[in-house]
Ligand binder design. Structure first.
Ligand code: SAH
Ligand code: SF4
Ligand code: F3S
Length: 470
């Protein structure tokens, strides 16, 4: 048994980590033929992509996927810790699974992902959720075959969570959920330690994959007919810093742009480390999508400092305008937190005025959620929840106004759309523009998922656009 430990999770020393290649033990390969698994994934793209790896490992063990958890022999919750409500959702699902297990005694239940890295959560699972069979963390996905095999063959709860990441593992198998768009990890972990954020504790230090491994993966995706790759990391701009002296995110973007992949996206970019080379490269290569997610969090310098964000309102705005002026037709989206401890109405007004100035194409807005073990917990929080909710509504009014205003400007224009499917009502296709706008559209001719088509925009809504295929 290995329990999570925040002290280890916080440590960032100069030690070398190992680079391993995944291999499944012959004795476990296909051992569970005919058994069924179901994974419920919460949280960000990093977790979604981990679930694609975990699925493939389960399948290597012989499990088959099912779309209803009631039919599964093994249910895994891949969890997220970012805010309180993510926690609540996972515990709600655990409640339902407890009920299911009372009728289906052999049901195997597992927990992984960021909540598995939390000391308090694992404590709770040990004491109050004894029906959970196994827990593993974000750093030891490669050990799933042994952990699950042990959970099945012995009746003891298996808890294996590394807090101090030891390895960077290549060669994990993957079952991709989409045949046209693929996630590609480029850097794991986060060293930024924003004072409100749990991620540096749940995902460990920044560790870049070797550029050759990334380029090889993208080449294989091209061969397999993929049209879009999203380069993933909690802070992709830090790519290469731990590994190379003279090769960084700008260089990687350029090398990938030279491959024959029609669409490249990347997320997330912290405003820190967003180099001129990156901006120029995004502007220069038509296959790097003109769409940047640039979380600002707050418009107040006082709050940005308390958040440990390493930039000021002014330097954020400089970067924002530089990107806007260099990359033609770029769309910029953001994340904003309201109700951070010590945020006064005048700080919030600065956030509103920044939102007015930037007129973001999209924004994810959140109320601050206290995460145990993070430095922001020690700050005095004297704003009532009602006031925080009120700030969130007022902010949403402003950002929504600009989503619609920006979309209206696209009416009558023709956008390139990667066709992803047919809407639920089956009367429209849907897909995303280069600027990452959701487009619902009709077509008089036959088109197929994975095609990139020209769509004339007929009407704009706040969160989507309607159009007609040319
Ligand atoms: N690495 C990315 C963000 C990943 S988390 C970046 O720094 O740009 C996604 C978003 O969740 C953050 O941008 C932030 O807006 C929000 N978030 C993170 N921790 C939070 C907390 N404790 N309470 C509320 N929102 C939070
Ligand atoms: Fe969290 Fe900040 Fe790292 Fe983003 S950059 S994951 S907000 S600590
Ligand atoms: Fe959540 Fe972990 Fe992602 S906390 S947002 S799943 S990195």
């Amino acid at each position: 048994m290995k329990l999570p430990d925040y002290k280890e999770a916080r440590s960032r020393d100069k030690r070398k980590y190992n680079r391993l290649t995944f291999k499944i033990d012959n004795n476990i390969e296909k051992k569970y033929n005919g058994k069924k698994y179901f994974i419920k994934t919460y949280g960000c793209q990093m977790n979604e992509h981990d679930s694609e790896n975990i699925s493939a490992i389960f399948e290597a063990m012989g499990f088959e996927s099912v779309s209803d958890y009631h039919d599964a022999d093994l249910v895994l919750l891949n969890t997220c810790s970012i805010r309180e409500n993510a926690h609540n959702k996972a515990f709600g699902m655990l409640g339902r699974l407890k009920h299911l297990k009372s009728q289906k005694k052999d049901l195997l239940i597992g927990i992984c992902g960021c909540m598995a890295q939390e000391v308090k959560v694992v404590d709770e699972i040990l004491n109050d959720y004894k029906f959970v069979n196994f827990v593993f963390g974000t750093h030891n996905i490669y050990q799933i075959p042994e952990i699950v095999d042990k959970a099945i063959t012995s009746s003891k709860q298996q808890i294996e969570v590394f807090s101090r990441e030891g390895d960077l593992v290549e060669g994990l198998p993957v079952v991709r959920t989409n045949s046209y768009k693929a996630y590609v990890n480029i850097i794991y972990g986060c060293d930024k330690f924003c004072t409100y954020c749990i991620v540096p504790y749940t995902r460990g230090r920044e560790r870049s994959r070797k550029k050759e491994d990334i380029i090889e993966e993208v080449k294989t995706l091209v061969k397999d007919g993929y049209k879009e790759v999203t380069l993933l990391g909690q802070n992709v701009n830090a790519y290469g810093k731990d590994l190379y002296d003279d090769y960084n995110m700008g260089d990687l973007l350029e090398d990938i742009a030279k491959l024959d992949i029609p669409r490249i996206r990347f997320m997330t970019s912290h405003p820190w480390d967003f180099t001129d080379k990156m901006i120029e490269t995004i502007g220069k290569y038509p296959n790097i999508m003109p769409s940047v997610h640039l979380p600002v969090q707050s418009g107040s310098n006082k709050i940005l400092k308390l958040m440990g964000r390493r930039y000021t309102r002014e330097s954020y705005l400089d970067l924002f305008h530089k990107i806007k002026n260099t990359v033609p037709n770029v769309s910029i989206s953001t994340d904003i937190i309201v109700g951070f401890p010590l945020e006064e109405e005048e700080d919030f007004q600065e956030t509103l005025s920044l939102a007015e100035e930037c007129k973001f194409d999209n924004a994810f807005t959140f109320i601050f959620s206290e995460r145990e073990g993070t430095p922001a917990c020690k700050l005095k929080d004297n704003t009532s929840l009602k006031e925080k909710e009120d700030r969130l509504y007022r902010l949403n009014d402003v950002v929504n106004k600009y989503f619609l205003e920006n979309n209206k400007k696209l009416e009558g224009k023709t956008l390139k759309v990667l066709v992803e499917g047919v809407s639920e009502k089956k009367d429209m296709y849907f897909g995303y523009s280069e600027t990452n706008k959701l487009i619902n559209f009709t077509s008089d001719r036959d088109i197929y998922c994975g095609d990139i088509v020209d769509v004339e925009i007929t009407s704009a809504k706040t969160w989507s656009l309607d159009g007609k295929c040319k």
